[in-house]
Design a protein around this ligand. Structure first.
Ligand SMILES: [Zn+2]
Length: 305
């Protein structure tokens, strides 16, 4: 129907959508071009890192996952299956505690990996659990303890800092996972930025989450993951004072031979990582990333790593 300004409302809407579509296509092309340009620019760095990693006798990597499945921020189930198959064929998979003990320094394996999951999403039980059990892979899950209910899977949307479209594990599921070889650590009671918490509140969160996990599982909880990867020197001191033996970060690098157990680096696996990316990451191609992470930290462009 023609409108007062002489434009047909239908075609006007179509034209508006057309412009929006073209802008979207341009934005995608721009992103894709920028990504390719970045890849080309970083190629010498990647080759250098890969070469350097190959010269070393052994390499140890801790992988950080969050959610596996259909969620907006989740690693797809099919991709996760491919990644686990890759590990089965190319790596020795150990529990993080073996790395904390230093067992990885005595192994003959060229590549040793530990698998970790942050936050405590329900799909770790539904999707990751059966697959890891089939491969006999151990894994550690860092629980946001206040979001874990005894029986009812709570919506992550009830809690700040979690993937809002996910649901959380229950204690019943946690115990089932524990029985098939999963181990558990603390990710605080609530998913706080530790650097913004008062000292007394942080000390309470660290102790309370540790106590609850210890009581629920009947084994002492001794391992911790910094929510968002945010921490500073005082946070590390409080983690140590609360009795934790290890704490993992999101500093994207392999585990060095002399690694501070309260600053263990991990490589985060994101939904956009292809199997080729996964292989390159484990092979050392992206070992230059800590330099970028540190620079962003100094320039205050990113979280603390
Ligand atoms: Zn988290």
């Amino acid at each position: 129907m023609p409108t007062a300004n002489g434009l047909d409302s239908g075609s006007y809407t179509d034209r508006g959508q057309d412009v929006a579509r073209k802008e979207e296509v341009w934005a995608k092309l721009h992103d894709s071009f920028a990504r390719r340009l970045q890849n080309v620019a970083r190629m010498p760095l990647r080759l250098l890192c890969r070469g350097s990693a190959r010269l070393r006798r052994r390499r140890t990597v801790v992988l950080a996952y969050h959610s596996v499945g259909d969620g907006r921020d989740a690693v797809g189930e099919r991709e996760f299956q491919k990644q686990m198959k890759f590990l089965h064929e190319n790596a020795q998979v150990v529990d993080l505690e073996a790395i904390v003990r230093g067992d990885h320094l005595k192994t003959e394996a060229r590549l040793t990996c530990a698998i970790t999951f942050d936050d405590g999403y329900a799909n770790v039980h539904k999707i990751a659990g059966p697959l890891l059990y089939a491969y006999k892979f151990p894994a550690k899950v860092y629980l946001t303890v206040g979001a874990i209910d005894p029986e009812k899977s709570r919506s992550a949307a009830e809690f700040k800092g979690l993937f809002q479209d996910e649901t959380m594990l229950t204690w019943k599921q946690v115990i089932e996972l524990y029985r098939i070889g999963f181990t558990f650590g603390s990710h605080l009671c609530q998913h706080h930025d530790m650097t913004q918490l008062e000292e007394s509140k942080l000390a309470w969160e660290l102790e309370q989450s540790k106590t609850i996990i210890t009581e629920r599982l009947g084994v002492e909880c001794r391992h911790f993951a910094y929510p968002f990867g945010y921490f500073d020197r005082q946070c590390v001191q409080l983690v140590s004072r609360a009795g934790y033996e290890s704490a993992v970060t999101v500093m994207h690098r392999n585990v060095p031979n002399a690694c501070d157990p309260l600053r263990i680096p991990r490589m985060c696996i994101a939904p956009f990582h292809t199997l080729a990316d996964f292989g390159r990451m484990l092979g050392g191609d992206f070992d230059y990333l800590p330099i970028i992470q540190r620079t962003r930290r100094v320039l205050r462009l990113d979280y603390q790593v």
